[in-house]
Design a protein around this ligand. Structure first.
Ligand SMILES: CC(C)(COP(=O)(O)OP(=O)(O)OC[C@H]1O[C@@H](n2cnc3c(N)ncnc32)[C@H](O)[C@@H]1OP(=O)(O)O)[C@@H](O)C(=O)NCCC(=O)NCCS
Length: 429
């Protein structure tokens, strides 16, 4: 761990040496969809992560035009078990989305990079010719994070009752003894990112997201959530019921709002430095899904489906010191570029999760990416970071934006608590 008080960032690229990089010969992203991302205790607060995932999966499949019976597997990601039946979530998402019951499903968890991991595993399956199509999903209900006790099955010793908030505890790395926000403070010191610069980064994220929302770009990603019942052969119906205030439909990210730097400047630090509730990723509920397939299936075209979004070319995962976990996307991206013989300049757009303002700005600086290629529609500071859904959201957002701009190559990435980073290279035609 570098001396954070020294104020000099080390050469993070040396962490690329230990990265695992994988290229995918045959992974076409046919279609994608996500739920709106809604603030903690908002209108999605009582929807289980399984139902959020089913909703996103069904929407992605409908957009793809592919018959769900052709799915060879479901790979779903989730971090916080937030309903009594969450243990079954991956299988339930696959089956209620229409996958046949003789096809497998499994769950993955790599903290905030979980969604990338789900996509990488699906891309591996299509590339190996194991499946015609794979459903890859990330889903998270942060509102339903439980209040937990782990030691009471045998009863309660006098005065020894302990229940804790799994959400708050989950954002603290007990290994290095640092909250996720504290790791961003370490990066702020190493990269000399001031409070003003962190707020300026956040204000730009809000402004870009506000503009993207008004222009309808997020609406292209979002499948509005409505009251519904999910059914399937031999399956008990699952009801998705929105609260009365939602008026039967949730269609927009709720955290996006006008946020000038003057407003951000007034907020109190939460982790003793530059990070506040306004320049950190918002805590939201949401899910995202993609359908991957082979080039052959994509070329044949699916009935009623939109043209494919592009290809998942490669993925990498790197380890970094836990105290500076937020820098993870840097060595992950460097490892990808090295493997493919590319440079930062070859990448048209970057979609890097904004866990915290100082973290995202440190990543941008360390990679040497200009603002105009980095999170061009804003990021998680503005619309939220539903942990396991984020990787899938980043991939679908960067591909849709590349397509809009007629550009070719993008990298989506995120850091993960405990000290990791993932990056995924995509290409559109
Ligand atoms: C930083 C964090 C602890 C703040 O939580 P919080 O205090 O519950 O946040 P709030 O939403 O209540 O915001 C705090 C204050 O900022 C204000 N605020 C937040 N965003 C704002 C905005 N865009 N405009 C104006 N005010 C804003 C709130 O109104 C609130 O003000 P108040 O104290 O007067 O009510 C929390 O957002 C967090 O932990 N985020 C990161 C999550 C994370 O670690 N994810 C994993 C990454 S690895």
């Amino acid at each position: 761990m570098p001396d954070v008080n020294q104020g000099t960032a080390p050469d993070w690229t040396r962490y690329a040496d230990g990265a695992l990089v994988e290229t995918f010969a045959d992974a076409t992203l046919l279609a994608a969809a996500r739920t709106p991302f809604v603030d903690l205790n908002g209108s999605l607060a009582q929807v289980s992560p399984t139902d959020l995932g089913i909703h996103a999966a069904k929407a992605a499949l409908a957009r793809s035009g592919i018959d769900p019976a052709r799915l060879g597997a479901t790979v779903a990601g989730n971090c916080i078990q937030a309903s009594y039946d969450t243990l079954f979530y991956a299988r339930h998402i696959g089956l209620y989305a229409g996958m046949k019951d003789d096809r497998p499903a499994h769950g993955v968890q790599r903290l905030c990079t979980t969604g990338f991991e789900a996509i990488a595993q699906g891309a591996r399956m299509t590339s190996a010719g194991q499946v015609e199509a794979a459903l890859c999903v990330g889903t998270e209900s942060m509102s339903r994070a439980p209040i937990v006790a782990y030691a009471h099955r045998g009863g309660f010793a006098l005065g020894q009752v302990e229940f804790k908030d799994a959400l708050w505890e989950g954002l603290f790395d007990s290994g290095c003894g640092t909250a996720m926000g504290g790791t961003a403070e370490n990066l702020a010191r190493l990269h000399t990112v001031t409070r003003e610069e962190t707020d300026a980064y956040a204000a730009a994220s809000f402004a870009r997201a506000l503009e993207a929302q008004a222009a309808g770009r997020f609406a292209e990603e979002i499948a509005p959530v409505v009251d519904t019942v999910f059914e399937g052969p031999g399956l008990k119906p699952r009801k998705l019921k929105l609260p009365r205030g939602a008026k039967g439909e949730v269609a927009q990210d709720s955290h996006v709002r006008p946020t000038p730097i003057e407003v951000l400047a007034k907020l109190n630090p939460v982790f003793g430095g530059v990070q506040t509730g306004g320049n950190s990723s918002a805590i939201v509920d949401g899910a995202a899904a993609v359908v991957l397939t082979t080039g052959k299936v994509a070329a044949a075209g699916a009935a009623g489906g939109a043209p494919p979004l592009g290809r998942i070319v490669a993925a990498s995962v790197a380890g970094v010191p836990a105290e500076v976990m937020g820098i993870g996307p840097v060595p992950a991206a460097v490892a990808l570029l090295r493997k493919l013989g590319l440079t930062v300049a070859d990448i048209d757009l970057w979609e890097i999760n904004e866990a915290f303002g100082a973290q995202a700005e440190s990543v941008r600086r360390a990679l040497g990416v200009s603002h105009d290629r980095f999170n061009v529609n804003g990021g998680a500071i503005a619309f939220g970071h539903p942990l396991a859904a984020t990787g899938v959201r980043c991939v679908l957002s960067v591909m849709m934006e590349l397509k809009r701009r007629g550009k070719k190559r993008g990298i989506a990435g995120a850091c993960a608590g405990g000290g990791q980073g993932m990056a995924v290279l995509v290409e559109v035609d």
